[in-house]
Design a protein around this ligand. Structure first.
Ligand code: FES
Ligand code: FES
Length: 161
């Protein structure tokens, strides 16, 4: 069937088989390979995107279920060629090593900070609990989310003298 999904503000229309997964639509039809595939079984979270603003594991959503809806991928975070504050945060706090989990971690962070601008460490750990990272031990990811929250609130200078 023909579907249209608005991905990072641009409408993408294509004929898809009903069984096609959203992650494959994003990577192969839209050509946005920042959304990764890991387990393919809803466990690792590396395929996470925002569907109408809510994090979903795109290996567990059919492309047809996204018809007429909006998707944000990691490529949608960048603004006018400059890093988004969350991308800057992961860079500043070394919130990644291999980077495989990072696009999904940043999208989950983006949704968390939208609904909770000043999250506790527990809030952050709960928000990223569906996303596995094999490298960092999570501590620097938590620090990156805290850095982004402070930067967005304008309190970063006071917090890091
Ligand atoms: S690839 Fe989707 S959760 Fe692992
Ligand atoms: S940085 Fe390697 S999996 Fe998270």
């Amino acid at each position: 069937m023909q579907i249209t999904v608005t991905i990072n503000g641009e409408a993408v229309t294509a004929d898809v088989e009903p069984r096609r997964l959203l992650v494959h639509f994003i990577r192969e039809v839209a050509g946005l390979t920042g959304t990764h595939i890991g387990c393919d079984t809803t466990s690792c979270g590396v395929c996470t995107v925002l569907l109408d603003g809510t994090p979903v594991k795109s290996c567990t959503v059919l492309a047809v279920q996204a018809n007429g809806r909006t998707v944000t991928t990691v490529e949608g975070l960048i603004q006018n060629g400059t890093l988004h504050v969350i991308q800057e945060a992961f860079k500043q706090e070394h919130g990644l090593q291999c980077g495989f989990c990072t696009p999904a971690m940043m999208l989950v962070t983006s949704e968390l900070l939208e609904r909770n601008p000043d999250p506790s460490e527990q809030d952050i750990r709960w928000a990223i609990s569906g996303n596995l990272c094999r490298c960092t031990g999570y501590m620097n990811i938590v620090k990156a989310v805290q850095w982004a929250a402070k930067k967005k609130q304008g309190t970063l200078e006071e917090a890091t003298p």
